[in-house]
Design a protein around this ligand. Sequence first.
Ligand SMILES: Cc1cc2nc3c(=O)[nH]c(=O)nc-3n(C[C@H](O)[C@H](O)[C@H](O)COP(=O)(O)OP(=O)(O)OC[C@H]3O[C@@H](n4cnc5c(N)ncnc54)[C@H](O)[C@@H]3O)c2cc1C
Ligand code: FES
Length: 280
Amino acid sequence: MYTIIAKELLAPGLVRLDFTAPRIASSALPGQFVIVRALEEGERVPLTIAATDTAAGSVSIIFQTIGVSTRQLGALSAGQRLASATGPLGKPSEFFGAKRVLCVGGGVGTAVLYPQVTALYRMGVPVDVVQGARSRDYLILQNELGALCGQLILMTDDGSAGRKGFVTDALRDLLAAGEAYDLCVAIGPPLMMRAVAEITRPIGLRTVVSLNPIMLDGTGMCGCCRVQVGGQTKYACVDGPDFDGHQVDFDSLIRRLKGFVDEEQALNQQHPCGGLYHGK
Ligand SMILES: Cc1cc2nc3c(=O)[nH]c(=O)nc-3n(C[C@H](O)[C@H](O)[C@H](O)COP(=O)(O)OP(=O)(O)OC[C@H]3O[C@@H](n4cnc5c(N)ncnc54)[C@H](O)[C@@H]3O)c2cc1C
Ligand code: FES
């Protein structure tokens, strides 16, 4: 169980692992996630289920090797095993009967968006996708997304592929051109999701975001993943991770995500690479 059957480097520091987990593969729905450990003594890492193959009984995860635990995962090779994989966790995504959807993905958020685009395609709902990345090298899943959506608009910070600019520039242009959607799904860094929600709020375009607070147990018991949504405390692992982007208190999410930066940096310095490749 949890044997890695395929490994691919999608972009610098962005790894796809496919591993056997038949029970998770047969029950997972779009928007759900797993908590995995690379090693017995390793940390629990929440990662979105990017795809499943029920025939092969396998689950795919796509992750950025950003710190110690994701680097431990990224160091595993085909044939090796994960120490554990728990899931599927979280509520599946809801699409509210939408007739046309705009999906906006930033960085590794595009991987989190992929199962949702796949689900909408299978439901026969037209989808346009805006994907943003630092540069050409960091754009991922272009062929896969291109086969599922109407328009695939690529944006890079440096203009090395697609248009130069941010995903919010493409979003503003689409709306100004009169493109009409009844749902926007935005997944990426909190600042990006907040910026998208601020553009869609005045025109009343329902916007769903996927939140990534720090998680421990993933079952609603430790309280670690609490977020403020519509003035109420919610637990992203059981009430989310998808929430109404117009109701989310992004400031408190960003503050809490920075809560362990010192400890994370200290651990990264202890790693054999001396933190040299941290976040790269
Ligand atoms: C529901 C959910 C789905 C996610 N899906 C993906 C995904 O598909 N691909 C992907 O690349 N990343 C995903 N993440 C983020 C991923 O879990 C973190 O990048 C990872 O835990 C970092 O661990 P680390 O030890 O490598 O890095 P660290 O150096 O420990 O931390 C780097 C940053 O990662 C975040 N982080 C650290 N520990 C946790 C934790 N236990 N839970 C959540 N965030 C943490 C913090 O913001 C931290 O500043 C998801 C997070 C959540 C909550
Ligand atoms: S991770 Fe513990 S309550 Fe959500």
